[in-house]
Design a protein around this ligand. Structure first.
Ligand SMILES: NC(=O)c1ccc[n+]([C@@H]2O[C@H](COP(=O)([O-])OP(=O)(O)OC[C@H]3O[C@@H](n4cnc5c(N)ncnc54)[C@H](O)[C@@H]3O)[C@@H](O)[C@H]2O)c1
Length: 347
């Protein structure tokens, strides 16, 4: 039975608490949260009595095997390195770090310590994505030639999640000074992993274009300078020889949270769709190619990232997505940010 500590008890920690309490072979024994009110409320709600105000005190107490790191992005590196130094298994939220060099150090350290290290790329929990990869690996659509992947949100147009003009929880996501790397940093990590995992191939290189739109007078609201990217486009080259486009935007009216992946091969095509709650898969193969007919594919339920982490801790065999995989995704994102800096410099 793996004893889990939850580090950071904000909104995403709710999902971790529910998932780990329900996972066979795991028990949630403690939580760490710097905000006293949030810490107390979380402990009460989830029946957790070992509560700490900082990670050092929890490590000194030591009565846990693994930690779920659900702190803000910029906090992942320092806290995970402390957990690794203490020999704990770590399940870290995405993005693993704020850039590739830090993510790589985390991966190397976790491997050197021989502990379980995984990242919560939640869209791996889509049955349709897992099934698509299986079909690609089995050669069902031949060699992949072209990939089209998009992650579409619309909270800069609609108010389905609140009003970004007045709520700080949205405004900080539009401001680099407040730690945001825009739409690419926020959901780009998901769609790059989604595309590459589904295509069963690493991405070798990308050419990108990031765009920050004019959204308010002086491009500023209160203390928030609105300078982070709102839309991102990547042209990608895959290790399997395919090319493709990967896009992410917060301006996709009509889409609250939709991920789509189309894989076009020499012998057919697959279309994966998910909104994070349900997913679907369609295939166009054989005689259907000539009539452009898509047929639904049955997708069995999948073992979630949370359950796979618990299994990995209990078996001692690392699970996927690992820190190494997350670092690789970060390498692709960094390429986009670097290209953006160069483009801005040369005008
Ligand atoms: N996988 C997904 O689909 C998904 C979805 C949403 C968020 N996330 C990720 O989850 C992480 C947390 O996001 P959130 O929306 O829950 O943020 P949040 O701000 O709601 O919660 C973070 C919590 O961590 C606490 N914290 C900060 N520093 C700490 C420290 N040193 N020790 C202990 N607690 C500390 C904060 O006080 C806060 O309560 C982020 O990295 C985010 O990218 C992932």
């Amino acid at each position: 039975m793996v004893k889990i500590l939850i580090l950071g008890t904000g909104s995403m920690a709710e999902s971790h608490a529910i998932a780990f309490k329900a996972a066979p072979g795991a028990t949630v024994v403690a939580a760490v949260e710097t905000d006293a009110a949030r810490r107390t409320a979380f402990g009460k709600k989830h029946g957790i009595t070992n509560l700490f105000a900082d990670l050092d005190a929890a490590i000194e107490w030591g009565q846990f095997d693994a930690a779920a790191n659900v702190t803000p992005d910029a906090v992942h590196y320092d806290t995970t390195m402390k957990l690794l130094a203490a020999g704990k298994h770590v399940f870290c939220e995405k993005p693993l770090a704020t850039d590739y060099p830090h993510a790589l150090v985390m991966a190397e350290e976790a491997e050197a310590k021989g502990v379980i290290n995984m990242v919560n790329l939640t869209y791996r929990n889509s049955p349709a994505l897992q099934k698509a990869r299986e079909l690609v690996a089995a050669g069902r659509i031949g060699s992949i030639r072209h990939v089209e992947a998009s992650y579409l949100q619309s909270w800069l147009v609609g108010k389905q999640w609140g009003d970004w003009r007045t709520e700080s929880r949205w405004l900080w996501r539009l401001s680099e000074e407040h730690g945001s790397k825009g739409v690419l940093g926020d959901i780009g990590v998901h769609i790059v992993d989604f595309a590459s995992f589904g295509a069963d191939s690493d991405i070798t290189t990308v050419d990108s274009r990031l765009k920050t739109f004019h959204k308010a007078e002086g491009d500023q609201i209160g203390e928030y300078k609105l300078d982070a990217n709102d839309s991102a486009i990547m042209m990608a080259e895959f290790a399997n020889g395919a090319i493709g486009t990967i896009t992410a935007t917060r301006f996709a009216t009509g889409h609250a949270n939709d991920l789509t992946l189309q894989l076009f091969g020499t012998e057919g095509a697959l279309k994966v769709m998910t909104d994070g709650r349900t997913s679907s898969l369609e295939i166009c193969v054989g005689p259907d190619i000539d009539t452009q007919t898509w047929k639904p594919v049955e997708c069995p339920p999948v073992v979630t990232t949370y359950e796979r982490f618990v299994q990995a801790c209990n078996t001692g065999i690392n699970g996927d997505p690992s820190f190494r995989r997350a670092a690789e995704i970060q390498r692709i994102l960094d390429m986009c940010f670097d290209q953006d800096v160069v483009r801005k410099k040369i005008g």
